[in-house]
Design a protein around this ligand. Structure first.
Ligand code: ADE
Length: 224
C-alpha cells in the first residue's frame, strides 16, 4: 500500500510513522507513506495557498489550484483507488471503513486547514470524505494519522499473531474482554480466577461473556 498525504504541515505528521507498528510496516515495505507540502504547488510568490471566502465571512479558504496541481502531479505517476478529504463533516470512520481501505493499493489523503477547502475541490477532485469523530481539530493532519494507523495495521503481515487484529474491539462488533498479566495479585487486587485455571474452553467462554457484558454496558448501540 502507498499513501500520499497532502498537507500544509508535513512536520506535524511525521512522528506517528516513526515508532512501533507503523514504523515496522514501513521498514518492511508493506506500507509507504509520502508527505507533500501543498505550498510547493502554489503559483503565488509568497507561496499562498488560502484566500478570503467569496461572499465574505470569517476565516480563510484553501484555494483549489495548488490542491489540483498536487493531485494531478500524483495521478500522473500512478492510478489511485481513492482521494480522501479529512473533514469533520465527512463520513464517520469506523472499523468497516478501515477494513475496506486496508485492501487498497494507492490512497491520496488531503488534510484541510482554516475554514476548509474550496467546495469545487470536494465536488470534482475528492472521492471520499472522512471524519474521525464529532469534534473539530485544528487541521486534518492528526485525523490523517489516525486513519493511516487504523488501516496500515490491518494489512496482512503488519501485526504478528500475538497482536492479531482479529481479536480487536469492534472487529466483531463487540468490545474486547478485560485482559490481565502477572502478577496474579497486586495490592490484594486479584486476577479473575478462571484466567489462571488453565481451562482454555472455560476461559474462551468467559471472554465471550465479558465481551458481551461490556458491550451491553458501554456501547449498547453496537448490539442494535
Ligand atoms: N479536520 C478537523 N477536524 C476533523 C475531524 N474530526 N475529522 C477529520 N478531519 C478533521
Amino acid at each position: 500500500m502507498r499513501i500520499d498525504i497532502i498537507t500544509l504541515f508535513p512536520e506535524l505528521l511525521k512522528s506517528p510513522f516513526e515508532a512501533s507498528i507503523l514504523k515496522r510496516a514501513i521498514a518492511s515495505e508493506i506500507a509507504a507513506v509520502h508527505f507533500h507540502d501543498l505550498r510547493k504547488f502554489s503559483t503565488h510568490k509568497q507561496r499562498q495557498v488560502d484566500d478570503y471566502p467569496f461572499g465574505g465571512g470569517a476565516g480563510m479558504v484553501m484555494m483549489i489550484e495548488p490542491i489540483d496541481k498536487c493531485i494531478a502531479y500524483l495521478k500522473n505517476e500512478r492510478d489511485y483507488d481513492t482521494v480522501i478529504y479529512l473533514t469533520p463533516d465527512g463520513e464517520k470512520l469506523n472499523q468497516k471503513i478501515a477494513n475496506h481501505n486496508s485492501t487498497l493499493n494507492n490512497i491520496i489523503l488531503l488534510c484541510g486547514h482554516y475554514k476548509g477547502v474550496d467546495q469545487r475541490v470536494r465536488d470534482h477532485l475528492i472521492t471520499h470524505e472522512i471524519s474521525i469523530g464529532d469534534f473539530v481539530l485544528s487541521g486534518g493532519e492528526l485525523a490523517a494519522a489516525v486513519f493511516c494507523d487504523s488501516i496500515i495495521r490491518l494489512i496482512p503481515g503488519v501485526l504478528g499473531d500475538e497482536s492479531s487484529a482479529l481479536t480487536d474491539s469492534f472487529q466483531d462488533d463487540l468490545l474486547a474482554p478485560p485482559i490481565y498479566t502477572r502478577p496474579a495479585t497486586y495490592n490484594n487486587w486479584e486476577v479473575p480466577e478462571i484466567l489462571t485455571s488453565g481451562n482454555t474452553p472455560k476461559v474462551e467462554k468467559w471472554r465471550d461473556e465479558m465481551a458481551l457484558e461490556r458491550t451491553k454496558k458501554f456501547r449498547p448501540d453496537l448490539l442494535e
